[in-house]
Design a protein around this ligand. Structure first.
Ligand code: ACM
Length: 553
């Protein structure tokens, strides 16, 4: 798994087969085939090149009204922000940071006076926009993004990025023109919880690698970053009251590498970086199983008082906290207290999955106490769906990770909990576990939940997926990526792309836009953008990727 060169050469490369039969993209990143659903949205810039269709965005916007003249950036363009808000200015600077390297333009971020340029406006009174919605209006001379709240403005900026040619994502100067089709996008999310999870326990990922993934999530309007911080193979966060958790429990990983952990200040850096991209961190401390790293660090946490060795394999379900010892609850309290103090977000995730070596009574006892502790520190409980087999507290959120082999009884238990008020986040393993192999030829990843090609990953409806669960129990969708076989950002890229944007679309876009045949065209148009960002994605033969001169790899 560490032989990246070998892996890259083994990635399916479908381009030769696709050439000639499918889309060809111009230098401006435009495809008439891609434009089919919104053909009338195509404008034309001063150089005569068509601008990208206004609706050709992932996630699909809620509403697109194409029309009028396109907007073109030029070397005099200013980014005009609401002076009244530091947040708008920060978003303006972020946008300038994206656009300056590729356009070569100065793009000063200035006050809001002036009707031209890129205008970022807060304080819309349009209540339909909610906390995350925005409108984007493009016409000759200006693009205006308006939102009630900064998160909406930020999401609108992500849409603007995708409406510009793919090369805008490059980190070196590219040839324009830089045009946006004329018209108006009005957009709000379907679900409030749109997540992605990274497992930093099976293999440790540096702060830089974590930030890279956060930036990728932000592109698709994901707003929750679930960080799986502890497991059998590693404990990844410094806890002052139990220091050996990190220094010893964090000292290895799957395969026996050096592992690692985040200091409290590094964790805060991740939280703040995520917040600057309007993502809330949902930290997870998994219990009562998936705890070997903690049990190895402190002998007194074990029922028999004997610390097991550190673990570097990939089996699950063999470890358990000891329900009968008071120190177990002191441990949980200390860890949750310190974690809650570092975490501004609403949730603490307490795991609860695969407790195969914990009796039901012990499981129920530990999860009951752990939930109460999370409440004591002012946080909302989140757990894997096995939590519904204990007693979920009021307001708890269960994350469903079942798949086609999950028993009817287990599904029913989750459905019954949902009927009783437990909210659900959907992460079906055979759809949005991004570490599942695409095909038998995929070198990285696992396949215990089956092979998950791009269409399978996208083609399901969160509202009806868990038959019998009330649709309003569903808070949203999360795409986890487990790291037994993944060691660095290249590995994350290879598994998350192109499935991550699809999971994000399931969370953001209205059900009415959900359609594989049109989605695959919008996804195909992202290919050159992935390439411009240095993402070596899986060229699924299900997707009509455009030819890319620089796509070989
Ligand atoms: C899980 O995949 N064990 C949550």
């Amino acid at each position: 798994m560490r032989l990246h060169t070998a892996r890259r050469s083994a990635l399916p490369r479908a381009l030769p087969r696709l050439l000639g039969s499918l889309l060809l993209v111009t230098a401006a990143g435009v495809s008439t085939a891609c434009a089919a659903p919104t053909a009338s949205a195509v404008g034309s810039d001063s150089a005569g090149r068509a601008a990208r269709p206004l609706g050709q965005v992932v996630p699909a916007p809620a509403s697109v009204r194409p029309g009028g003249s396109p907007y073109s950036l030029n070397d005099g363009t200013r980014i005009r922000v609401d002076g009244s808000s530091g947040e708008a200015r920060k978003i303006g600077e972020y946008l300038a940071g994206v656009l300056r390297p590729s356009t070569g333009y100065a793009l000063p971020v200035t006050g809001k006076d002036g009707a031209d340029g890129i205008r970022l406006r807060l304080g819309s009174r349009d209540s339909v926009l909610g906390a995350e919605g925005y409108t984007l209006t493009s016409r000759r001379g200006s693009v205006t993004i308006t939102a009630r709240k900064p998160a909406g403005l930020f999401h609108g900026v992500q849409t603007l990025r995708q409406l510009l040619p793919a090369q805008v994502e490059a980190d070196s100067r590219q040839k324009g023109p830089w045009s946006v089709a004329g018209g108006t996008v009005t957009d709000t999310p379907r679900y409030g919880y749109r997540g992605a999870m990274l497992d930093v326990a099976r293999h440790f990922f540096s702060v830089t690698e974590v930030k890279r993934y956060i930036d990728q999530m932000a592109l698709y309007k994901i707003n929750k970053f679930h960080l799986h911080l502890s497991d059998d193979q590693g404990w990844r966060l410094a806890i002052d009251s139990w220091p050996k958790l990190a220094t010893y429990g964090g000292s290895t990983e799957v395969g026996g590498g050096a592992g690692g952990y985040y200091t409290k200040s590094q964790y805060k850096e991740i939280v703040n970086y995520a917040a600057s991209r309007y993502l809330e961190v949902v930290p997870e401390i998994d219990m009562p199983s998936h705890t070997n790293a903690a049990l190895a660090s402190y002998a007194e946490l074990n029922c028999d008082g004997v610390a097991p060795p550190l673990y570097t394999g990939i089996e699950v379900g063999f470890s358990s906290l000891c329900a009968g010892k008071d120190i177990t609850y002191d441990f949980i309290d200390d860890v949750i207290r310190e974690l809650a103090a570092l975490t501004p977000g609403a949730y603490i995730h307490i795991g609860g999955d695969e407790a195969h070596s914990t009796s039901h009574d012990d499981y129920a006892k530990i999860m009951k106490q752990a939930q109460a502790i999370v409440g004591t520190y002012g946080k909302t409980v989140m757990g894997w769906h096995q939590l519904t087999g204990a007693e979920p507290v009021k307001g708890a959120v269960a994350q469903y990770w079942g798949y086609d082999k999950t028993s009817a009884a287990n599904r029913q238990q989750v459905v019954d909990a949902a009927k009783n008020g437990t909210k659900l986040v959907l992460s079906p393993a055979d759809r949005v576990y991004l570490d599942m192999k695409y095909t038998d030829k995929t070198e990285l990843g696992l396949k215990w939940a089956g092979l998950v090609e791009v269409q399978r990953s996208y083609d399901w409806d969160p509202a009806t997926y868990l038959s019998g669960a009330p649709a309003d129990a569903v808070l949203g969708v999360e795409a986890p990526i487990w790291a037994e076989t993944l060691t660095d950002s290249d590995d994350i890229d290879a598994m998350a792309f192109p499935r991550l944007p699809g999971a994000a679309e399931l969370g953001w876009s209205p059900a009415a836009t959900h359609d594989w045949d049109t989605y695959k065209l919008r996804l195909a148009a992202l290919g050159p953008r992935f390439t411009a960002m240095g993402i070596d994605y899986y060229r699924s033969p299900q997707v009509p990727w455009p030819a890319e001169p620089a796509a070989a790899g």
